[in-house]
Design a protein around this ligand. Structure first.
Ligand code: ADP
Ligand code: MG
Length: 331
């Protein structure tokens, strides 16, 4: 339910004009543990291609579906990968490395300990976490064209990047089918393609972590993927503490570093999705330092003390909502 809310809240400003020669279409699909909605101007048949593609990717990347490719890999420790698994793994491993392991696609054993996989939430003791952490290291994944291998009990979890990759694949389909205007909301990962029919750029809302059906502000952009990671998306509370589904790979504990949400805006869905999770883990200083060295994206970082840090490349395209609860800090 939370996921559903977050998906809606992550935000769409609907198409405002009725037509520009082609028809407005809208399709939705439940996949990757979230609710997804796609709007575009074009042929009705494109919608089926898009939802079909998302379902196909879900059935490859799901960690819980016993028929998925990732499930088979985690069970058998070796598979002959599909082109998609191979492509997403290669891209992810480069990013895990570049992010010094703040993103680690072998985090699954730790995610399982906290109950985020089956919804039976619990606080594991330190020893349990330590032993689960031993299996976490993306370097235990070996990929070549006809084989993927997991070493040292590693288990794969593409949860941090799968929606971004799905966004990239959907954008390819839209472009192959000559669709010039579309808005994809894949549960917090939002792709905007082209401009609105009236020629103005899209405005993508950034959810208010305290009230995810509301927005702290809007980013105007075209041909970008905007991904947000927030503790509000999935969490549980125990003894007055909140435990979120984004894990600090150094400690094995849910990230708890004063970040409320990280939004990343870039040309690539996979990159935006990976970075929104990883920069959340890195924290404010780590995220800003990473951006200085890798300026191929923009960010909006919201801290628990209600400050907003916006990268220079996007600051003029960001509008704060009416709310005066947030203070924009100039970088
Ligand atoms: P959401 O799925 O809510 O949009 P994210 O894109 O931030 O959120 O991905 C969170 C998911 O990624 C978690 O559910 C978990 O499966 C996985 N994960 C959590 N922490 C990490 C991490 N540090 N590195 C890689 N994957 C992670
Ligand atoms: Mg992510």
């Amino acid at each position: 339910m939370k996921k559903l809310l977050a998906a809606f809240s992550a935000a769409i400003l609907a198409f405002t004009l009725a037509s520009c020669g082609t028809q407005k279409q809208s399709v939705s699909v439940e996949a990757m543990d979230t609710f997804m909605k796609i709007e575009y101007y074009g042929d009705e048949s494109v919608g089926e291609k898009l939802t079909g593609e998302i379902k196909r990717l879900d059935s490859l990347f799901s960690v819980t579906d016993k028929n998925s490719e990732v499930y088979a890999l985690n069970r058998d420790k070796e598979v002959k990968p599909s082109d998609d698994l191979s492509a997403l793994l290669k891209r992810s491993l480069t990013l895990c490395d570049r992010l010094d392991g703040a993103l680690d696609v072998t985090i699954l054993p730790v995610v399982e300990k906290w109950g985020f996989l089956n919804g039976k939430y619990r606080v594991p003791d330190k020893q349990e976490i330590q032993s689960a952490l031993k299996a976490v290291n993306y370097k235990n994944i070996e990929v070549d064209n006809d084989k993927v291998k997991l070493k040292n009990n590693a288990k794969l979890d593409l949860g941090a990047v799968a929606k971004g990759y799905a966004a990239d694949k959907c954008l390819e389909i839209l472009s192959d089918n000559n669709v010039e205007t579309s808005l994809l909301n894949l549960g917090g990962t939002i792709a905007v393609h082209g401009r609105k029919p009236d020629g103005t750029p899209w405005r993508v809302g950034i959810a208010d972590p305290d009230n995810p059906s509301d927005y702290i502000g809007f980013v105007s952009c075209s041909d970008k993927v905007v991904a947000t990671s927030g503790g509000y998306e999935r969490y549980f509370e125990k003894d007055g503490r909140r435990y979120i589904h984004i894990i600090d790979t150094q400690t094995g504990f849910p990230s708890d570093n004063g970040i409320a949400s990280v939004t990343v805006i870039s040309d690539s869905g996979t990159l935006s999705d990976a970075l929104s999770t990883a920069l959340f883990v890195k924290g404010l200083d780590g995220a800003r330092e990473y951006h200085r060295d890798n300026p191929d994206f923009d960010y909006v970082i919201l801290t628990a003390d209600k400050k907003l840090y916006i990268s220079e490349g996007i600051v003029n395209d960001f509008t704060l909502s009416e709310s005066d609860r947030y203070e924009v800090v100039k970088n």
